[in-house]
Design a protein. Structure first.
Length: 337
């Protein structure tokens, strides 16, 4: 009887965007032969969202234009085309800047990643285990993963795609940890529920999480004073309105405008690459770029070409303070774009 070699097993710990992207691209590289078993350990209900894109807060938006977000490096406009196919922006005019640039809710990008993974999960090319891994050991050239329920899983390759540690209070604020008026982890779904509309708010940190907090408070109708502090007194920068440098690595093929090949040097004028400002008009909210004609949405936006969170930071004052700390959950978490 013919014996078959066992199929190698790849275990991915963490099913946020990074873990999901690794799993997805492994299936693309391997093709239909599926010579590898791919298992993703992620306790959340779906893969691809993670901490950044699993938020249900409507004020939480992506912090770069939609046409720069994608699962596929060779198709930079893929997410923008998803917005058009799914007619997402028609129901969310707040996503469009005055210049027509789309900044949809972060949960929408999580939906996009989940949609790309769905056929592979249905076919079994990717397996999702709704478990949290507590321990990893190596023995005889293989890895043993121990989940929180005590189950052991053996793999040949382990990919670590885990998130950052849970947020914690700066040392100076630890004496206040038991106070109901201190929010140690602003990423919790109910973190801001205890803040009244006229409360005075201090945010420790001026990073992107601080922008999330200000935007979420504004969404709830908060009108009290907000003060945000950090070691350097800086805040999130808005997006420039000037033309961007060419993306030389994206070289448009004249016979097929969606196919791009790598190019380390600027091509001739007749075959030059697409630039950020050239891609933008193709996916502008008011450009009618696809079956879902989005014309007119840009007119319903306030006069600003920056993401909502960055614009709302104008409400807050930013004194320089050595007491502030940019920490995850305290207003200083950076997210991958």
């Amino acid at each position: 009887m013919r014996k078959f070699a066992p199929v190698p097993v790849v275990a991915i710990i963490g099913g946020g965007f990074s873990g999901a992207a690794v799993a997805l691209h492994l299936t693309r590289i391997l093709g239909a032969e599926r010579r590898v078993r791919i298992v993703v350990f992620e306790p959340r209900a779906r893969l691809g969202a993670g901490l950044a894109y699993d938020t249900a807060e409507p004020a939480h938006r992506i912090n770069v234009p939609a046409f720069k977000m994608t699962l596929y490096p060779d198709e930079p406009e893929d997410f923008a085309e998803y917005l058009i196919r799914a007619d997402i922006l028609a129901a969310d005019p707040g996503a469009c800047s005055a210049g027509g640039t789309a900044y949809p809710r972060r949960s929408v990008f999580g939906d996009y990643v989940a949609a790309e993974l769905a056929p592979r999960l249905a076919s079994g090319a990717i397996e999702h285990r709704h478990k949290r891994v507590r321990k990893v050991t190596r023995s005889k050239g293989r890895w043993t993963l121990r989940s929180e329920d005590g189950e052991a899983f053996v793999a040949d390759i382990v990919v670590l795609a885990v998130t950052h540690p849970a947020p914690s209070l700066p040392k100076a604020l630890l004496p206040l940890s038991s106070s109901p008026r201190v929010v140690a982890d602003s990423t919790r779904a109910d973190a801001l529920d205890g803040i009244a509309q006229t409360d005075r708010v201090l945010i420790v940190g001026n990073g992107l999480t601080a922008a999330d907090v200000v935007a979420a408070l504004a969404e709830r109708g908060h009108r009290g004073p907000i003060v945000s502090i950090s070691r350097h007194g800086l805040r999130s920068r808005g997006h420039p309105v000037d033309a961007q440098e060419p993306l030389w690595r994206l070289r448009l093929r004249p016979d097929h405008p969606r196919i791009r090949t790598a190019s380390p040097h600027p091509p001739d004028a007749a075959d030059r690459p697409a630039t950020g400002t050239e891609l933008a008009p193709r996916y502008r909210c008011g450009a009618g770029t696809g079956p879902a004609d989005l014309a007119g949405l840009a007119d319903r936006r306030a006069a600003s070409d920056r993401p909502v969170g960055a614009r709302l930071l104008g409400r807050a004052s930013f004194p320089h303070s050595a007491a502030g700390r940019n920490r995850a959950g305290s207003g200083g978490r950076e997210r991958p774009a």
